[in-house]
Design a protein around this ligand. Structure first.
Ligand SMILES: [Zn+2]
Ligand SMILES: [Zn+2]
Length: 295
């Protein structure tokens, strides 16, 4: 019974209208519960559908973002649930009655999925919906490079095993197994100590990957970020040239630092980051105005 109540809490957290930015922790946990079959994909989609159709646009957009992550990271169990006439009709209806940013997000998703599923005859309804909506006059955004990399079959199933996929050490109570979020295999901590964003799965937060996936994503390991582990977006930004504070000590400071880095990583998708320093992060109004009732 982990299942439904814990999962429902994760859905609430990931789609809260109080969130300033996508909540990656709960989003990734949602993906994990589906990948590990703790939760049925059907139930997950039903829960997200309820959130998508809420009046509050922030809730809807966050729910669509979680849905996007599930589709990119959970493989066929989720694809079978969304590539149905019923679900596509639901999205099409929502696009009809909801203003931006909800409509814009739906158009983006329909286009990305239509592209990703183009060689999957079983999921033809997605492409049909895309073409139908185009004919009805909807203007779709330009397909982003990272989205174009996503293919229907690309999310591997979560593997299981008693030993590390790389060094073959046997797992135990003291030697925990970890999944690489890119290839889905199990590794010891040492063989999966690197973190990376994964553009093709839409993961904009640095997550655990194995050595070889790290190189696949970031190029050979002599790259810039060896020792400090900062996202390249940060290192390339003017912020990294500013004098640095001494290493954060308290949990609160660490949290703020992480939030800031996450915000920077996310900001590449927005016109411009509103955060100029970490003290005003929490004052951002990006998603904070409670507009319409949340019931
Ligand atoms: Zn290992
Ligand atoms: Zn890997």
């Amino acid at each position: 019974m982990f299942a439904t109540s814990a999962f429902t809490r994760l859905i609430e957290k990931s789609t809260s209208h109080l969130n300033l930015e996508p909540d990656w922790d709960s989003t990734l946990q949602i993906c994990d519960s589906i990948r590990q079959r703790d939760i049925q994909a059907k139930f997950a989609i039903q829960s997200l559908k309820k959130k998508i159709s809420q009046d509050n646009p922030h809730v809807s957009v966050f729910a669509l973002g979680v849905l996007e992550s599930c589709v990119k990271n959970c493989g066929s169990v989720i694809h079978e649930e969304i590539a149905t006439k019923e679900f596509m009709e639901f999205l099409k209806d929502q696009a009809k009655i909801r203003p931006d940013p909800v409509r814009a997000k739906i158009l983006e998703l329909v286009q990305v999925w239509s592209h990703a599923f183009r060689n999957e005859p079983n999921y033809k309804v997605v492409q049909d919906t895309f073409h139908l909506m185009k004919m009805e006059g909807y203007t779709f955004p330009t397909l982003k490079e990272a989205d174009a990399m996503f293919k229907a079959e690309s999310a591997p199933d979560w593997a299981d095993g008693e030993c590390c996929h790389r060094c073959r050490v046997t797992f135990s109570t003291f030697l925990r197994k970890h999944h690489c979020r890119h290839c889905g295999n199990v590794f010891c901590n040492k063989c999966s100590s690197k973190t990376s964003i994964i553009p093709k799965f839409g993961i904009e937060k640095e997550v655990r990957v194995c050595e070889s996936c790290y190189e696949d994503i970031n190029g050979p390991s002599n790259s810039k970020k060896e020792d400090d582990g900062l996202p390249s977006e940060y290192l390339n930004s003017p912020l990294s040239k500013q004098p640095q504070n001494p290493p954060a000590k308290t949990e609160q400071e660490i949290k703020e630092e992480e939030d800031l880095q996450l915000a920077i990583a996310l900001s590449k998708n927005h016109v411009k980051s509103k955060h100029t320093n970490k003290t005003n992060t929490s004052n951002s109004t990006v998603y904070s105005q409670p507009t319409v009732s949340n019931s």
